[in-house]
Design a protein around this ligand. Structure first.
Ligand SMILES: [Ca+2]
Ligand SMILES: [Ca+2]
Length: 304
């Protein structure tokens, strides 16, 4: 059975300066002089990857020096290290752009080589429900490619599902362009959004402060809160001719939840995409000077 162990290697320009200078044709492919790169390598004794492409062949004094050469080359994912030394005590070092996961049929036992690959976070199977893990070696991160009915950074959520999308409370005022903004925590497709009241209230007529409302002006069924994208194009509610107020069945201006259910075509959203919550008069710059107050809310989206 092949033995396996880990070792840590790092490259910075100073370590290799003098031992190897990149040739001109190699320059596009190597880290610049200000960069550094580190990685954990997994060592598999007596194995060899017959890679369809070899980035570079060097002779080196030991496997650590081969690992350092691998780190210099951006595309390098693994290397074969020859066990037999030449007359100068140097070993063969083949730098490869692939690892055994991409070419498992070419990974084989060998009496002449040990094989080393950069440890991938994908080896721990972080992506759920059989979704595909794509390793990003330069930052040692990864990305999960989710099947259609799942979302989340590790595809952990099955849709349809309401998810809270703001990380801190979203507060909007009623004048002076005091919209509240938030960024989506998950990419996917949404059809609905829901604002859940946390604190505060707003009014369109502060000279008569007896009334209060979370989403409108007075305590009635006229709603005056909208959601736009970062370019201030309205997303919710989706009706095309926006009056100074609108109505939604069963929802009052002081209801705890303001739910928009009106996207027939799902809206594709990206992770960290910005949306804004506006008071309508403030958005329209229309009769906002006598407005007052501030409402804070959490935001949920229905992913489908
Ligand atoms: Ca007003
Ligand atoms: Ca305004």
């Amino acid at each position: 059975m092949a033995s396996r162990r880990y070792f840590y290697a790092t490259f910075c320009c100073l370590i290799l300066l003098g031992s190897w200078c990149a040739s001109e044709e190699e320059l596009d492919n190597v880290l610049d002089g200000k960069s550094s790169r580190s990685a954990n390598f997994i060592e598999i004794h007596h194995h060899f990857l017959r890679s369809p492409e070899i980035l570079l062949v060097k002779t080196v004094r030991d496997s650590l020096q081969c690992a350092q050469h691998c780190l210099v080359i951006k595309k390098c994912r693994s290397f074969n290290f020859g066990l037999e030394a030449d007359n100068n005590g140097k070993h063969l070092c083949q730098l490869l752009p692939w690892n055994k996961f991409q070419h498992s049929g070419r990974y084989e036992p060998s009496s002449a080589f040990h094989h080393y690959r950069i440890a991938s976070v994908c080896e721990n199977d972080p992506c759920q429900y059989g979704s595909k893990c794509i390793a990003e070696h330069r930052i040692m991160g990864y990305e999960c490619q989710c099947p259609p009915q799942q979302i989340g950074d590790i595809c952990q959520f099955k849709v349809p599902l309401w998810l809270k999308v703001n990380t801190r409370e979203v507060c909007f005022g009623a004048r002076n362009d005091s919209f509240g903004s938030f960024r989506m925590q998950f990419s996917g497709k949404i059809t609905s959004m829901r604002l859940v009241h946390l604190s505060g209230n707003v009014t369109c007529y502060s000279t008569q402060p007896n009334d209060y409302s979370y989403w409108g002006c007075k305590r009635n069924d006229r709603l005056r809160t909208i959601v736009t994208d970062s370019r201030n194009s309205r997303v919710f509610p989706s009706q095309t001719n926006l009056p100074r107020f609108y109505q939604l069945h069963g929802i009052k201006s002081y209801s705890e939840k303001l739910t928009f259910y009106n996207l027939t075509i799902p809206l594709k959203v990206g992770i960290h995409q910005e949306f804004r919550v506006w008071y309508i008069e403030d958005f329209r710059n229309d009769s906002e000077s006598d407005n007052d107050g501030k409402t804070c809310a959490d935001v949920y989206a229905l992913y489908v």
